[in-house]
Design a binder for this molecule. Structure first.
Ligand SMILES: NC(=O)c1ccc[n+]([C@@H]2O[C@H](COP(=O)([O-])OP(=O)(O)OC[C@H]3O[C@@H](n4cnc5c(N)ncnc54)[C@H](OP(=O)(O)O)[C@@H]3O)[C@@H](O)[C@H]2O)c1
Length: 281
């Protein structure tokens, strides 16, 4: 029997939600591979977690927007003989501004990190989990995944990709022992707003946002995409709309209702089982 402890790979672990997910997993004594660009931040987190929990923590400092960066991460994991049973695809960033004004280079990098690296890492690490009949994929999308987002057009589209990809994989992997969770946080306190240059956006300006730790703890706790979770989210959104109605803020209430309608529409056109049967090879 193989007694090598299985590792959790967390991308974007140098700050924000990813750092808190790493802390949460470490508290459960799960060995970790931390991935991001900031080697110094990763090393100092690794030292903290090794010291506090007595676990193995490895670091791979890499720019995930670079061509084939995900392949290098996967190759390094194989070279070190690290067995992985959890992949947290959290690294990502946004960009605020009119599409005609933003820089193509920045948006290409966003697609490379938010979509390409996430997909390639999944593609490369998933087969071994399926083979062992045990594993977990946790992809970080956003509430942005549910509707188009003017002034953050590419970011919203990348997150729609993450949600769609994750839900389809969840269905394909049913019964394999590998679960898929897709986390869709709303605005959260982290380095995200600085990086996206969006402190003036109405989405965050003057708002009290949840902490990265609150969101991370919720993410680790959620097991898979199931109807119950979806209904909990819808109930939360409905309550939000009702809050605005009772506060006399009709335009905000209307926006939330449109949002809920968008979510319901996304999930009611075809059920995932109908699509699976339609697309089955
Ligand atoms: N905060 C929000 O309001 C919010 C809402 C919904 C969804 N999300 C999603 O949550 C995830 C985490 O974001 P966050 O809020 O925690 O933001 P954050 O504090 O800025 O953290 C982003 C993480 O991603 C890493 N990263 C960014 N670009 C990278 C690259 N090219 N290569 C490797 N790593 C890279 C960063 O590390 P380095 O800079 O060291 O590379 C950092 O560890 C993202 O996918 C984001 O889209 C955030």
């Amino acid at each position: 029997m193989n007694s090598t402890p299985a590792f959790s790979v967390v991308t974007g672990a140098s700050g924000g939600i990813g750092l808190e997910i790493a802390r949460n997993l470490a508290a459960q004594r799960r060995p970790l591979v931390l991935v991001a660009r900031s080697a110094d931040k990763l090393e100092s987190l690794a030292a903290e977690l090794r010291q506090r929990h007595g676990i193995r923590v490895e670091v791979i400092a890499i720019d995930l927007s670079a061509s084939r960066a995900a392949d290098q991460v996967a190759a390094e994991i194989v070279r070190r003989g690290t067995v992985v049973d959890t992949l947290v695809n959290n690294a990502g960033f946004g960009l605020f501004g009119k599409h005609v004004d933003t820089q193509l280079h920045d948006e290409q990098q966003m697609i490379d990190v938010n979509i390409t690296a996430l997909t390639r890492l999944t593609k490369l690490l998933l087969p071994a989990m399926v083979e062992r009949g045990r594993g977990r994929l946790l992809n970080v999308a956003s509430t942005a995944a549910f509707q188009p987002g003017p002034y953050m057009a590419v970011y919203y589209a990348t997150k729609a990709y993450v949600l769609s990809y994750s839900e389809a994989l969840a269905e394909e992997l049913r019964g394999t022992g590998v679960t898929v969770t897709v986390l869709c946080p709303g605005p959260t306190t982290s380095g995200f707003q600085d990086k996206a240059d969006m402190h003036d956006s109405a989405l965050v300006k003057g708002k009290k946002l949840p902490s990265a730790k609150e969101v991370a703890d919720y993410a680790v706790k959620a097991k898979d995409i199931d109807a119950q979770t979806r209904y909990e989210h819808l109930a939360w959104m409905c309550n939000k709309a009702i809050d605005f109605v009772t506060a006399g803020e009709a335009d905000k209430a209307m926006r939330w209702l449109c949002f809920i309608q968008g979510v319901l529409w996304t999930h009611s056109t075809f059920t995932i089982e109908e699509m699976r049967d339609h697309n089955r090879p």
